[in-house]
Design a binder for this molecule. Structure first.
Ligand code: SAM
Length: 252
């Protein structure tokens, strides 16, 4: 499997897919990716995951299991899938993302669903504009991989949780069955960029998607990072044989 260990941002560099770039440049490059894909993001998600992302997100929401009235902060929420589902379960959700183009699509979708009252706020998950302890739960789905300083995101998530509140992360992870790796690699590094080129006219962004999955910390490493950020009762659960994983931790 074309695995590369995540490179720490030490020495002033961060991973952008398989390329090391100056720390300050990563956010600009990631912004470019999501500026380009925003309008076709939801269509491409269905196409590239054979709609599996819908199932993963449903299982994720069941794991979060908000009670009506719970205050939930969705980080890197993009076009709103997670926020809308949390809201359907009665949560008092805030949709945030760093990218105005993604949030713009999210706002339109919220209007279409009659959910225009969901607060939509541009926010960098590494520096949250929220007070300490204000949320019952914090969620991030397929977002942490794109952040430059992942530990800062985890620390911020913990900070804005109330004592007893819970953090949940849904992200691509590592396959449990190594024998499937060649197939997964072929799909990731050949089919994804090809489809991205054909449908979204943007092979490069989808090459970044495949590479960023491989440089993201594997299950045990991410669990360790949650613990380092001060979260307790850290656990993870693989979905689809480890294609994705749900990590969770609690602020005590
Ligand atoms: C793959 S999308 C996920 C969107 C949505 N959560 C979903 O599951 O469909 C990743 C999102 O992360 C956002 N993002 C990247 N870096 C971020 C940061 N530092 N703070 C907040 N959002 C960020 C991007 O703008 C993008 O919308």
């Amino acid at each position: 499997m074309q695995d590369k260990q995540p490179q720490p941002a030490a020495g002033g560099t961060a991973d952008f897919g398989f390329t090391q770039v100056p720390v300050a440049e990563k956010a600009v490059l990631v912004r470019g990716v999501f500026d380009r894909v925003a309008r076709r993001y939801d269509l491409m998600n269905d196409l590239l995951s054979f709609s599996a992302h819908r199932l993963w997100k449903r299982i994720f929401i069941n794991a979060v299991n908000p009670r009506p009235g719970d205050r939930v902060l969705d980080l890197a929420g993009g076009t709103g899938d997670i926020a809308f589902k949390l809201r359907e379960r009665g949560a008092d959700v805030v949709l945030t993302d760093i990218n105005p183009a993604m949030l713009g699509v999210g706002r339109d979708r919220a209007l279409d669903r009659g959910l225009a009252d969901i607060p939509v706020i541009a926010a960098d998950a590494e520096h949250l504009p929220f007070r300490d302890g204000g949320f019952d739960a914090v969620t991030i789905a397929f977002g942490l991989r794109n952040c430059t300083d992942k530990s800062a995101v985890l620390r911020e998530a913990r900070r804005v949780l109330r004592p007893g509140g819970k953090f949940f992360c849904l992200e691509f992870s590592r396959l449990e069955v190594a024998a499937l790796a060649p197939l997964y690699d072929a799909y990731s590094f050949r089919v994804l960029p090809w489809l991205g080129g054909r449908v979204a006219r943007d092979a490069e962004s989808y090459r970044y998607l495949a590479e960023s999955i491989r440089t993201f910390p594997p299950q045990a490493e991410l669990a360790r990072m949650l613990g380092e950020a001060g979260l307790k009762m850290v656990a993870h659960r693989n979905l689809s044989g480890g294609v994705v994983a749900i990590h969770s931790g609690r602020r005590l």
